[in-house]
Ligand binder design. Structure first.
Ligand code: NAG
Length: 270
């Protein structure tokens, strides 16, 4: 008997199964070859995602094509949980990224970032020393500040002040404007006698490995970047949720079909 929903679920799961193979390979590659701190962040989640996708695709595929009710049931249950989790995460992402923005400073092309402007939940994540040390070494590895230093090394002060900088560059690679340090080059500044109230001014160091990586402004700059990335992820999530709900509905039809078929076969003693 031709069952459209079973075939659709079968085809969809073949596609997701094929997709899970490169994801799994990427995860294994990252865990073996990933040298930088930033790559180490990713390998475990990527492997988990790959294995999860592979198992769930197999359950859906075998469940739909071979009419195995309990496999289809598991598949639908996991899909349902996934929809609920994704929905909650999307709402959470919008709430957490609602607060905070860079502050405009007069006569500067770039903005300054204050940790206090961002949501408490995000602040707590970056204020944890263990978390921050990992993020910090990832930032040092990623060379945001060394490429920044190379790009603007020959730029005179007045021109440097007019540049648009990314939030991470503004927060981590240069001292805060209110410190009123005098400019030598983008990552080399000398302190003046001005009274400083911002604790970040004492944290600043011209050593390329230190710079402002321990500043509150650096954490704020990172959160500003994160905020924008999460907004994008949340929007992609909404599209993904709609697709998942459609697949889930088709899966429900396939499940109903396989139960009906099993009941039919049972009644005829097959
Ligand atoms: C910063 O500039 C000063 C003055 O030109 C120089 O003496 C110092 O070595 C520089 N520091 C670094 C870390 O480049």
């Amino acid at each position: 008997m031709f069952r459209l929903s079973n075939n659709l679920i079968g085809i969809l799961n073949v596609l997701t199964f094929i997709l899970s193979i490169p994801i799994l390979c990427a995860g294994v590659w990252l865990s073996n070859k990933g040298v930088t701190e930033c790559e180490k962040f990713l390998d475990t989640p990527v492997i988990i995602l790959g294995v999860f996708l592979m198992l769930i695709s197999l359950a859906g595929l075998i469940g739909a094509c071979c009419r195995v009710s309990w496999l289809l049931w598991t598949y639908l249950l996991v899909m349902f949980l996934l929809i609920v989790i994704l929905f909650c995460f999307t709402i959470f992402a919008f709430v957490v990224t609602n607060k905070g923005a860079g502050e405009v400073v007069s006569e500067r092309g770039y903005k300054e970032y204050r940790l206090g402007d961002y949501s408490n939940w995000l602040q707590k994540r970056v204020s944890n020393t263990k978390n921050w040390n990992k993020i910090r070494s990832c930032l040092v590895d990623s060379k945001v500040c060394s490429t920044f230093a190379e790009k603007y090394v020959a730029v005179p002060a007045e021109q440097f002040y007019k540049q648009h900088l990314s939030s991470v560059q503004s927060g981590c690679c240069k001292p805060s404007t209110d410190c009123q340090f005098s400019y030598v080059n983008p990552t080399n500044w000398t302190a003046t006698d001005v009274v400083q109230t911002n604790p970040d001014c004492k944290t600043w160091n011209n050593d390329p490995k230190t710079l402002c990586f321990d500043c509150q402004a650096c954490k704020a700059g990172l959160l500003d970047q994160l905020k924008r990335d999460w907004k994008k992820v949340a929007i992609v999530n909404i599209v993904f949720l709609i697709v998942l709900i459609i697949v889930y509905s088709i899966g429900c039809c396939a499940f109903r079909n396989s139960r009906r078929d099993n009941a039919y076969r049972g009644k005829n003693g097959a």
